[in-house]
Design a protein around this ligand. Sequence first.
Ligand SMILES: [Zn+2]
Length: 111
Amino acid sequence: MHEFAHQLDQEDGKAEGVPILQRNSDYSIWAKVMTEAYQQLCNDVLQGVNNVIDSYGATNPAEFFAVATETFFEKPHQLLSHHPAVYQQLQSYYQLNPVQWNYPSSVTFLK
Ligand SMILES: [Zn+2]
């Protein structure tokens, strides 16, 4: 899922954490939500505070999008409760709502 997110990010020729969105008007809210969450993650990493989004996402905005995508599919309930705006952006982008999925308890994800 991480690498798939990178592929989607690069669809427009640039790897900057912004995939191609449905509407031109979607970009400003995407930028606002993702930039705020990225900066919060960077601060949390600096201060040693846990964040449901893995610290590798603080590497740069492209890694943030890839790691946030992992979190969206792997820990949707935690992402929704801690970062509802990020969840909403990813839900809108992927047109999927993983909090409604029933994962078998044995499912594990490979990175
Ligand atoms: Zn990556």
